[in-house]
Structure formats: structure tokens, C-alpha cells
Design a protein around this ligand. Sequence first.
Ligand SMILES: [Zn+2]
Length: 417
Amino acid sequence: MIRAGMLKLGAGILGELLAADPGFRGTRLDCGNGHQAEFVSYRDKTFDTVLGPVTLRRAWYHCAACGHGLAPRDAELGVAGVSLSPGLTAMNDKAAAAGPFAGAAAMLQDLAGVHLSVKRVERAAEASGAAHAAQVRERAALVAGRKLVPLPPSPLPDMLYMLTDGTGVPMTARETAGRDGKGEDGRARTREVKLAVFFTQDELDDDGCPARDRASSTCIASFETASVFADLIKAEGIRRGADHVRQLTFIGDGAAWIWNLAAATFPEATQIVDLYHAREHLHSLARSLEFMLGDRYQEWLAARAEDLDYGDIDGIEAAVREFPLEGLKKEETGRELGYFLNNAPRMRYRWFRSRGLFVGSGVVEAGCKTIVGQRLKQAGMHWTTSGADSIIALRCREASATWEAICNTPRTQTRTA
Ligand SMILES: [Zn+2]
């Protein structure tokens, strides 16, 4: 009761404060499209705030040329065209990014005493996410075009990692219409979102293993093609100091698009195939030879795993070539072996480890699970691309928030002359 009373009191105070400026900015003002809009009257606008609904009486102008009205006071307060205050929008973003929209509405009601319908929670969160995604793309275009030049991170980290992976998001039937997929009827049920995680590393832990710098991760995601995604990666890499660090490393699961992306964005980066994916492929390779190996299967696999740990792909190849294979088996084994031959320079694990480098992409796989899976792949969920893109953008922003808070202050960026 006391809290409800305090909120009501707060909303009253806020209303009084807002009323102090009725928003009159002269009888005429620029409409935003180069015309003069004329003052018409004072009109009420009600919007929701963290203290509850507040009604604002402010000057309202009309542009005859455009045929639309505007209130300069709304723009100043950040409520032009929307019905949630910036404070409540931030609160709603957090709740809707964390869980399903209905749960977010209930949480706002229970924890903050703010009542919003489920539909409003969804609309507001998607609008915020879309705005954030657009802002990231705009910044990426400026950075990639060298029109916005981020200063080097300070202190400068020693190594920067870029990890990329893709994961499917369940889509509504309309979104996937006409796309081929893995479903039983051949129809796609998901669309792939590409995710990249950036983090830095300065030292090894007490056991001599690479240790990720605390609060150094930032994430970007996109449903767009690999070439559009490449521009985002390029910009984020530059922003994270790729031009300045001593060691730049790109880790992926071995998919061809990832290496094309790496070559197109940062050809100077060291490329590493995630060791755990390589081990899975080693199991497939061994299975394709199981009929020849018989009782020696486990022993053979263990020896090849050791070869792999050393980065001795020649050793793996020689061990496979000992078997005279023909026909389908030859093809199958050749395909499995090809994964290793094509990626051999990216599998020099012993060397990479001796340089203190990470050799696993666990961070980005965890990112796919936490940023995408836990929010977007719950039972019964089906998304539109724009809805999923917006919510993923909000979750990427949350995941990057600590680094952004430290580094993305105005003084760390400068515009070129
Ligand atoms: Zn106008």
C-alpha cells in the first residue's frame, strides 16, 4: 500500500514538474522538413512512466505542407510518437529481453507496480531492439568507411579474439515459406542467425591456460547474408582494437563461410578450428574406418586424438592411407579426411597452445545458447525475422553492457575532420 501510494505521489510530482514548461516555442517553428509549422493549441498527451501514467499538456503545432502535427516538448522528453517514457522503456527492454513477453508484463507489474499489456511490452521491446540494431549498423557503416575512428582501447589488450557461429531460430510458417529445410516435408522451420563474440586476453591463469579478460566480451548478431555480416564483423573488430593489438585470432567450427569471412575482414588474423569440433570430426573419421579397425578401434582413435593435439594432420592422413579403400567407403573416408586436410594450417594446436592461445570456440557456442537459445527457442515459440532480430539485438546489448559501460564513453571515439 505504501509503495502504491509513493508511486501515485511520484506520478503527481512528475506531472507538476512537466507542467512547468508548456512547450510553447513561438507561434511558428521548423517542422523538420523545411516548412514552418504553426501553433494550434495546447493538447494533452498521456504516457506511461516508471511511476505510472502521467498526462502532459503541451503546445501542439501543425504543418499545412506536410499535413502532420508535432509537439517539440515530446521530442525533448523522448516521448515523440511513443507512449512509454525513456525510463520505462529501459525497464521494459530488460524484462522483455530476459523472458517471454507475458512473463515480462507480469514481472513489471509485480516488481515495479507498472501495468502494461503483453502486446505493449512486445511492441515497445521490438521497437527498442530494432532501433538499437539500426544504430549498430549505422555505426558499423561509419567505422568501416573510416568516417568514425574509434581510439585504441586503453589500456591496450594483448590479444583480441573473434569467434563466430550460427544457430537456427524457430520461425512462423509465413517467414519460412518457400525456403528449403530439414523438416520431414522439406520445409524450413528455422532461419540461421549468425553470432560473433569478441573478447580480449592478457594473461594465462595459474594452470597456464589462457584466461579471458573479465568483462571484455561484446556480441553482434544478424540474420543477413555472410557478406553483410562481414561488414558488421569488420567494424566491431576495428572498434575493439583489431588494428592495434599484437595478436588477432579468429576461431570457428570449420564451416567454409567462416573462413571466407575471416579472409575478407581480417586476413592477418590467425585462424583456428575449434578443437572440440575437430575432435568430433575425428570420431566420424574413425567410424568410417570402424569395419577395418575392429578391436583396434579405440586404440586407433586415441592415437589419432594425440596426433590432433599435436596438430599432426600428416600423421592422421598417413594412418588413414594405410587402408586400401574402394568405392563408397573411399568416398566417405575421403570426405571426413578432407575436413582435416582443408583445415590443416588451422589445426596446429600444439603451436597455438605454446603461444598461449585459446583453441576452443566454447565462448561463442555458449553465446548461441544464452543469447539466442534460452530466450528464442523455448517450447512453442515461433518468430518473425524482425521480431527475433530485435530481441536478439537487445540481448546482445545486455551481454555487451559491461564492456560498453567501461569503454564506450564519448572520449574514446572521435570523428575524422
Ligand atoms: Zn512540413
